[in-house]
Ligand binder design. Structure first.
Ligand code: SAH
Ligand code: SF4
Ligand code: F3S
Length: 467
């Protein structure tokens, strides 16, 4: 019987996509999926470092894995992902029974690490591989696990170093993938039956920035600089902006829907909003993290925009893209945040009216600038602010959905609904969940659904009658 693996994925869509690569590599090494960790010969934790909670989770899961390792000493345990890049030594010290410790930029070395561990039967030092600044690995195998939307990376890493954020330390410097690599991955996904792709990056709007900078200096050398958009003087592979990439992806035959995340307000261009409006396959959904509604807090976070600039982008998006849904990330209790500054965030939520928001309490991340900032906000104050914001946003989100009852939406069906027999679930182009009566054979299909009841999470609906 084939050896079996189990992958436990924490964190964001980047990690979900990485786990598909990890699964692809394990398959190519002869492993097949195990139904549960206790039955696996290889257990991987793909970890997230963005807040304290997921990091604690890694160490508590490692405690559970110690028991599995005691019962089955042959089980290989691998810790992968973002925590590795910032805490490899701590993992090795606190969980000496771990066999492989490998960072999120090093999956090209995973197969080799597995082979090394398989060769050595006696327990010993773990194989540790962390980032050495290598270039983007292309051509790694992938075993996709998402039902209908294929995740495709467009950039890796992040250069923004927002004061609170560990991601640039965990994921390294920003690098854009070549257009040709992105397109060929999408063509492959479409050939496998995917109708939708989600383009991933910490800041997709800075896609191609490295080459655009190269391009500007090239234009300066030429003494031109007036030749229209910079990419016109560059080769196909150079000088692309994210809007150009969307246009290129739109040309992939058989692809119905294009999503992308995350947009950064400081780099979101009007050209991109125009592209969203003009390209019919690009979905009407913009995830644009605001983080705070207060200019002082935004400045101390190092976000690079003011509340007014943020609002201008929202207005421009709503003018150009009918029915656009706008979602956000926000943090309360950033060091030094006063009650009045928090009120500015609440007011921003009232004014903007987001469709949905991911709301967090600020958390110190060791090594980031904000961890050393004075005037930390007490935990109870952060909790109280979060609860106020969540309560308000929940009302707003429900009201927005209530106004959409009775309308017809195109839904891409993802799966049978696990909670109600005879129903399926899927998403609108605006990324809202809809549950409606339908056969499992609808999975993967685009269906027109009329919304009937609104909830915070989305809608109950029914297949729309043909006009
Ligand atoms: N690249 C994205 C965010 C990635 S992290 C962006 O620029 O918006 C996802 C979210 O986690 C962030 O938007 C932020 O709201 C939250 N987050 C990041 N660091 C955090 C911290 N130290 N404490 C609490 N929340 C944090
Ligand atoms: Fe973190 Fe800021 Fe980069 Fe987003 S843009 S990943 S919040 S440093
Ligand atoms: Fe994502 Fe967490 Fe890493 S949010 S990039 S998995 S730190």
């Amino acid at each position: 019987m084939a050896k079996q693996y189990f992958i436990d994925t924490m964190g964001c869509q980047m990690n979900e996509r990485d786990s598909e690569t990890i699964a692809g590599i394990l398959h190519s090494c002869g492993y097949r999926p195990a139904p549960a960790p206790a039955e696996a010969d290889f257990i991987a934790l793909n970890t997230c470092a963005v807040r304290a909670k997921p990091v604690h989770k890694v160490f508590s899961k490692l405690g559970e894995l110690r028991r599995i390792k005691q019962q089955h000493p042959g089980t290989v345990i691998a810790v992968l992902g973002c925590v590795v890049q910032v805490a490899a030594q701590e993992i090795a010290r606190r969980a000496p029974y771990v066999d492989i410790i490998l960072g999120p930029r090093n999956y090209s070395q995973l197969a080799q690490a597995i082979a090394t561990v398989e060769r050595t039967s006696a327990p010993g030092e773990p194989v540790v591989v962390t980032d050495s600044g290598e270039t983007i690995p292309e051509g790694l195998p992938v075993l996709r696990s998402t039902p209908v939307s294929a995740f495709v990376n467009v950039t890796y890493g992040c250069n923004n170093f927002c004061a609170y954020c560990i991601v640039p330390y965990a994921r390294g410097r920003e690098q854009s993938r070549a257009v040709s690599e992105i397109i060929s991955e999408i063509e492959q996904a479409v050939a496998e039956g995917y109708k939708e792709v989600t383009l991933l990056g910490q800041n997709v709007n800075s896609y191609g920035k490295e080459s655009r900078q190269e391009c500007r200096s090239y234009q300066r050398v030429l003494g031109s600089g007036q030749g229209g958009p910079s990419h016109t003087v560059m080769s196909r592979e150079k000088g692309y902006a994210f809007a150009d990439l969307l246009a290129e992806v739109s040309r992939v035959e058989g692809l119905e829907r294009i999503r992308f995340t995350t947009s950064h307000p400081k780099d979101l261009s009007l050209e991109l909003l125009d592209a969203m409006a003009e390209l019919p396959r690009v979905c009407e959904h913009l995830h644009l993290p605001i983080q705070s509604g207060d200019d002082d807090v935004l400045a101390r976070m190092g976000r690079g925009y003011t509340y007014e600039q943020y609002c201008n982008l929202i207005e421009a998006a709503r003018q150009r893209i009918p029915r656009v849904s706008i979602t956000t990330d926000v943090m309360v209790g950033f060091p030094g945040e006063t009650e009045a500054q928090f009120d500015n965030t609440l007011r921003a939520f009232e004014e903007i009216r987001f469709d949905q928001a991911f709301m967090f309490k600020y958390n110190d991340r060791p090594g980031t600038r904000a961890a050393d900032f004075p005037d930390k906000v007490p935990e109870e104050t952060k909790q109280a602010r979060l609860e106020r914001l969540v309560a308000r946003q929940n009302e707003i989100g429900r009201q927005i959905n209530e106004k959409l009852v009775g309308q017809s939406f195109e839904v891409l069906v993802e799966a049978p609904d696990p909670k109600s027999a005879g129903k399926v679930r899927g998403r609108t182009r605006t990324n809202k969940l809809v549950i409606f009566p339908g056969k499992p054979s609808l999975v993967g299909e685009l269906v027109a659904v009329q919304t009937q009841e609104a909830y915070l999470w989305g809608f109950l609906g029914e297949i729309a009658r043909q006009p």
